[in-house]
Ligand binder design. Structure first.
Ligand code: CTP
Ligand code: MG
Length: 379
């Protein structure tokens, strides 16, 4: 079996786009960085041995495993190849995939098509047929028949691409790796790709990228509900609600710190991301969670949200009790929730209500809370 390695080159300056932050480090509409979207596509393929990010010198620390690029794309790729040679000593026909960080819309199936072709062919590229008629500025038409615009990933057998880059040292003007390999007389195999895998190069491309993200974005909502009874046998100073200690004569009873507000929020988050409920993640039968600060629960739910590529949009929680009175504490709770969830305070809302002395909350036996949370993600 051939081993497969991927190099994602993202050490360019993005001069043609002209943003202060190079394009591969921009966040798209869904909050994700272009570079991370590209890397994640390759990381999600289990057959790939290692995914190496090539980044501008100084940015290595942000990535788990990254190396510094060079002044040209060619140099950046070669730095990646040298690192792979040094760390993994690949066999001559092991597969090296080279992809532009600036192409975040690469489909997993297209990567698999390239890998498949590389079983038999040593140099493969994705390409799309040229659709427009072509005319050179000095006045002659170019027959578009048989012409392809090349994309990445391009893939090569290790020894071929390494040798080609060694021999190309000191020569300039290569804008992709097939042209470097072709200089050795190697034939190139084209795999038909699709135009969706465009490279973010200009402002127009960036706008299009955000439009694609917006078109694919989904909103999901979840609700949460929780109740805890007051521990009326033990006088206390305060009751913990939404991470805030509110002065009161009783605290709530529970396995953890019994923070009904945070429990409702946690369940609402889990609901929105389709991950069950608080009891599944933190079983009350597990003693590790005894007296646990509920902040940890919510942090865990937020971490899961991120892992699943969702972003919190807003949180709305209602605390239902006769006493204590919460009017003067709502703002503090709001600030606290926003901090725990790393969400702008504008997108957090805390409400308090009574039940007109009806039911267990009306009789002052306990507190109920309900929450609704919305998250945004993509298909
Ligand atoms: N690249 C690189 N090292 C360089 C130049 C480019 O790793 N010295 C990477 C880019 O980060 C990008 C890919 O190669 O992911 C394709 O290059 P291009 O679209 O030309 O990106 P930039 O060179 O950054 O853009 P520009 O040419 O507009 O400056
Ligand atoms: Mg460039």
């Amino acid at each position: 079996m051939k081993k497969i390695f991927a190099i994602i080159v993202g050490a360019g300056k993005g001069v043609r786009l002209g943003t202060q932050t190079p394009k591969q480090f921009l966040h798209l509409e869904n909050g994700q960085r272009v570079f991370d979207i590209s890397i994640d596509k390759f990381k999600s393929i289990s057959g790939i041995e290692a995914v190496l990010a090539v980044v501008p010198d100084g940015a290595q620390k942000q990535f788990g495993y990254a190396i510094a690029g060079g002044d040209t794309r060619q140099e950046s790729v070669f730095n990646g190849l040298k690192k792979i040679k040094q760390d993994y000593s690949p066999a001559p026909d092991d597969i090296i995939l080279i992809h532009d960080a600036a192409r975040p819309f690469i489909e997993i199936t297209a990567i698999m098509d390239v890998i498949e072709k590389l079983q038999e062919n040593p140099a493969v590229t994705l390409g799309v047929k040229v659709k427009d008629s072509l005319r050179h500025q000095d006045g002659h038409m170019i027959d578009r028949n048989g012409l392809y615009g090349l994309q990445t990933p391009q893939g090569f057998h290790f020894e071929l691409i390494y040798k080609a880059h060694e021999q190309a040292q000191g020569k300039e003007g290569f804008t992709d790796d097939t042209s470097i390999v072709e200089a050795l007389g190697q034939e190139i195999t084209i795999v038909e790709g699709d135009a969706g895998n465009f490279k973010i190069t200009t402002k127009e491309d960036l706008d299009m990228a955000n439009a694609v993200i917006a078109k694919n974005s989904v909103f999901r909502s979840g609700q949460g509900y929780d109740v805890h009874a007051f521990d009326m046998d033990t006088p206390a100073d305060s009751v913990r609600l939404c991470g805030v200690d509110v002065p009161y004569k009783y605290a709530l009873k529970g396995h953890s710190d019994a923070d009904v507000g945070l429990h409702a929020i946690m369940d609402a988050i889990l609901g929105a991301i389709g991950k069950g409920d608080i009891g599944e993640l933190f079983p009350p039968s597990d003693d590790r969670f005894k007296d646990m600060d509920s902040t940890r629960f919510v942090e865990k739910a937020c971490a899961l949200t991120q892992e699943l590529s969702y972003a919190l949009v807003n949180i709305d929680v209602t605390i239902i009790c006769e006493a204590p009175k919460l009017g003067n504490h709502k703002q503090e709770m709001r600030t606290r929730i926003a901090k725990i969830c790393e969400l702008d305070e504008r997108f957090v809302n805390v409400k308090a209500t009574t039940t007109e002395k009806l039911g267990f909350t009306g009789r002052g036996e306990g507190i109920a809370a309900q929450a609704i949370v919305t998250v945004k993600g993509s298909h």
